[in-house]
Ligand binder design. Structure first.
Ligand SMILES: Nc1ncnc2c1ncn2[C@@H]1O[C@H](COP(=O)(O)OP(=O)(O)OP(=O)(O)O)[C@@H](O)[C@H]1O
Ligand SMILES: [Mg+2]
Length: 263
């Protein structure tokens, strides 16, 4: 069973139901329509027959335009969303999707959030207490750890999220755009840690608009285009194809790379 994939998607499709009503101008009107079941919905196909598999020790980068379905794919892998069709199989203990701002409470301090986050990950307070120093050291936030999270910069929150997620012994790491908001030194630290993880047979799924980060940190990549899989294979090849499609030819290094903030 050594080489059984840790993440397997077979023809996974996911449709979101979105409201099709136009011209509703107040919450009251919406509530009334909802009560008399007069709200019509339409479906938005976010993933369409996506098939791939990744084994432990590999890092899969997921790339594509805004709205391509990347975060949706991670949420399916995390079990937050169930596919509308097809099957998604995930084997092993995972840290939930690390998306900026997810699983953190603005009013709580960094320290309290470590415990809060640990609880969300199913870890005991004792276990988190044992790992506290390591987390704070990795995030390099000792000075700020007793300040409320709302006073942190975006990059600081990302460092804390990454430090927690990579300290709790997950076998599968799901990272959504967390690395791109960190500074250069933190990014290098993350890169080293992800490399160590791969050597210890962790599986990594990394969503990023930072194509250089994907080339550097991942050996495989998947290109999503409006919910459809355009390409899946060695990271360097898939990134090159994507760059070519965006830039219309030979892409200049870094020209397309944009650190897009989420939202
Ligand atoms: N909760 C939701 N309800 C309805 N539609 C959604 C929901 N979340 C995402 N969508 C839609 O699904 C599609 C895919 O969204 P998704 O967030 O997966 O894209 P993405 O590739 O992560 O984009 P980005 O690069 O901007 O983060 C988009 O068209 C989006 O509008
Ligand atoms: Mg996204």
């Amino acid at each position: 069973m050594m080489n059984q994939p840790t993440v397997e998607f077979h023809d996974v499709s996911l449709r979101y139901r979105i409201m099709a009503e136009k011209g509703i101008t107040s919450l009251k009107e919406m509530a009334i329509r909802w009560m008399v079941s007069r709200i019509r919905y339409q479906e938005l196909v976010a993933l369409s027959e996506v098939t791939f598999s990744v084994s432990s020790g590999h890092a899969l980068g997921i790339i594509g335009h805004n709205g391509a379905g990347k975060s949706t794919l991670l949420r399916v892998a995390a079990g937050i969303l169930r596919p509308t069709a097809g099957t998604a199989i995930v084997r092993g203990r995972q840290a939930p999707v690390i998306e900026l701002g997810l699983g953190f409470e603005a009013e709580l301090s960094g320290r309290e959030n470590i415990f809060f986050n640990g609880a969300l990950l199913g870890r005991s307070p004792l276990e988190m207490a044992e790992r506290l120093d390591e987390i704070v050291a990795f995030a390099d936030l000792a000075e700020f750890i007793d300040q409320p999270i709302r006073t942190y910069s975006t990059g600081m929150v990302a460092r804390l999220a990454f430090a927690v997620a990579t300290t709790v012994n997950a076998q599968i790491l799901l990272l959504d755009e967390v690395l791109s908001v960190g500074d250069a030194s933190f990014r290098m630290k993350c890169q080293r840690r992800l490399q160590e993880f791969r050597e210890t047979d962790v599986t990594i799924l990394l969503v990023s608009h930072d194509l250089d980060a994907v080339s550097e940190m991942c050996d495989l990549a998947l290109w999503l285009d409006r919910g459809q899989m355009r390409s899946f294979g060695p990271a360097a090849d898939v990134v090159a194809e994507y760059k070519a499609s965006v830039g219309g030819g030979q892409a200049v290094g870094g020209a397309i790379e944009t650190a897009v903030a989420p939202g």
